[in-house]
Design a protein around this ligand. Structure first.
Ligand SMILES: [Zn+2]
Length: 114
């Protein structure tokens, strides 16, 4: 879902929610968007920002792969432990050295609390 800020020809501002941007364009082109205040079918989009809402088909892979957020976090934690080198207290110096190409770039981490 996308949320679009609209303004009618009489300067009434309102918000419309559409399945996606092509759904919005389709409804606009076919005169299906009416101002809730005056009923005008002439409106334009205001680019004041928009928001996205994840629908059932737009869920993240976490939704499908894990039964809970805790299980997902546990899996992420295990991934970091397995794939990132623990450089302990030297993390900052290591990161800086890699940033300035003094050392080869690799995945590093500090100690992960139990
Ligand atoms: Zn209006």
């Amino acid at each position: 879902m996308i949320s679009v800020d609209l303004e009618c020809e009489n300067k009434h501002r309102f918000e419309g929610e559409f399945k996606n941007s092509s759904s919005y364009k389709n409804q606009l082109e076919n005169g299906m968007i009416a101002c809730p205040v005056c009923g005008s079918m002439e409106s334009r989009r205001l680019y004041t920002g928009c928001s996205f809402q994840a629908g059932p088909t737009a869920g993240t892979s976490i939704d499908r792969k894990y039964s809970s957020i805790f299980e997902a976090l546990r899996s992420f934690n295990n991934f970091v432990r397995k794939n990132f080198e623990n450089v302990g207290d030297g993390f900052t110096e290591k990161a800086r050295a890699m940033h300035y190409d003094i050392e080869e770039k690799k995945y590093i981490r500090k100690r992960i609390k139990q």
